[in-house]
Design a protein around this ligand. Structure first.
Ligand SMILES: Cc1cc2nc3c(=O)[nH]c(=O)nc-3n(C[C@H](O)[C@H](O)[C@H](O)COP(=O)(O)OP(=O)(O)OC[C@H]3O[C@@H](n4cnc5c(N)ncnc54)[C@H](O)[C@@H]3O)c2cc1C
Length: 393
């Protein structure tokens, strides 16, 4: 029978390669970058040489041409070492590079994707705004056509990779903006905006996040930002289907981050419960501790099976897994948060401090219940999708 988590020899080789790299290079830097709230740009650029930054981008544009399952494997393995660093990877590889590869023209792909795949450019995606998150069709940033240019005005909030340091912008962004009136699906368009475009600035680097501190989060501002009309991605008014399709792989890979994080938490609590003794016995022998460990493992395996089933079915080009891409993130985000919480509990006082990683994993886990869609948004979307079905097959 095919291994559902490594459906081909290429997937298995990818997992081994990323796991080795994560253990050797990502894990040792995780604690310091979390503490200092710093994005590790040199390490990020190394992912380019491994073929990970353009993992789903065609080889013609410098990528690796792999599928959704490969993307899940890369995120899961990196996140077992450092979920914050992996969030920066996701924003670049999925929200920018995959999005542009799927929706851009060949000219746009040629201009940006070789640099994004090698790590020369750091990319991100701007959807959320200071006053608009879940209610994304209500966004206020506008783009007005002016001869051979578009002029953007507004602000984007919570943008991962918006900055690469306290003061410096990331290199290139896909920016959703309003080109039409009202909340209709035809009102939004997608644009490429580069560092150095007039009127485009770093508003603020957001500090003191609960978790995911090894990734940067920024507010970006657009004040009469003039960009050439060729930076429109696709056609005016057709950004919503692009956005929805890209949200599927975003949610799937965010769920993969939750898987890596849960696996690491289980490994830590399992090892600790074997070695630590109380009342003359290993913690493993106590029923309440067994419940923490066994429930965590069963929930992790349920989530992992759901994620890989969905990944194996997901076509990056056409999407169509809306229900389950919401479903995997709904389930895995809370599963991983609960697993990390139990790991802290099993370790007692040692779980509450940094040495064993689980307090960092617990803080990082919470973000997945919010970013890329809140759990309430997933419940709303899924119920709408389910209400259209007569039966479940
Ligand atoms: C660390 C971090 C990184 C991020 N990275 C990016 C990025 O790279 N690009 C990007 O565009 N965005 C990014 N985001 C933004 C993220 O996607 C939003 O925070 C998220 O979509 C929620 O939007 P909001 O924060 O405006 O909350 P709101 O939408 O204001 O929601 C607040 C609360 O109200 C609830 N709520 C809202 N509407 C409903 C409803 N109809 N029914 C029930 N409950 C509802 C929500 O579930 C939530 O509990 C990031 C956020 C964080 C924290």
């Amino acid at each position: 029978m095919t291994d559902p988590f490594n459906p081909s020899p290429e997937h298995a080789a990818l997992r081994q390669m990323v796991r080795d790299f994560a253990e050797r290079e990502v894990d040792p830097q995780a604690e310091a970058h979390d503490r200092d709230e710093k994005f590790n740009l040199p390490l990020f650029r190394k992912l380019g040489a491994l073929g990970l930054l353009g993992i789903t981008v065609d080889e013609r544009f410098g990528g690796s041409g792999m599928d959704a399952t490969a993307a899940v494997i890369a995120h899961e393995e990196l996140a077992a070492a450092d979920p914050g660093f992996t969030l920066a990877y996701l924003a670049h590889a999925m929200l920018f590079a995959n999005n542009l590869f799927q929706n851009g023209s060949d000219t746009q792909r040629e201009r940006y994707l070789p640099g994004a795949s090698s790590g020369r450019l750091v990319g991100g995606m701007c959807m959320s705004e200071p006053a608009v998150g879940t209610d994304v069709l209500g966004m206020r940033t506008t783009a007005r056509r002016d001869g051979g240019h578009y002029v953007l005005n507004g602000a984007k909030m919570w943008i991962t990779n918006g900055a690469v340091s306290d003061t410096e912008l990331g290199d290139v962004f896909l920016v959703y903006a309003r080109t039409g009136e009202g909340q209709g699906a035809r009102a939004l368009s997608l644009f490429l905006v580069e560092k150095g475009d007039p009127g485009f600035q770093l508003g603020q680097k957001i500090k003191n996040k609960l978790g995911m501190r090894a990734s940067t989060t920024a507010e970006l501002t657009f004040a009469d930002c003039r960009i050439p009309a060729e930076r429109l991605v696709g056609h005016e008014g057709d950004a919503v289907p692009h956005m929805m399709r890209n949200l599927e792989i975003e949610r799937l890979t965010l769920a993969a981050i939750s898987l890596g994080l849960a696996r690491r938490s289980i490994e830590v609590m399992n090892r600790y419960a074997r070695e630590r003794k109380a009342f003359g016995q290993p913690l493993h022998d106590f029923g309440q501790v067994q419940r923490h460990i066994a429930d965590s493992y069963a929930e992790y395996m349920a989530g992992r099976s759901y994620v890989y089933l969905t990944a194996n079915r997901l076509s990056l080009a056409s999407g169509g897994q809306r229900l389950d891409s919401d479903g995997v993130k709904l389930y895995c985000s809370t599963m991983a948060k609960n697993v990390a919480d139990r790991a802290i509990q099993v370790l007692g006082g040692y779980g509450y401090v940094g040495e064993y990683q689980v307090e960092r994993l617990w803080r990082d886990a919470k973000l997945i219940e919010i970013g890329g869609g809140t759990v309430e948004a997933h419940q709303k979307n899924m119920t709408r999708e389910l209400s259209r079905l007569e039966s479940l097959r």
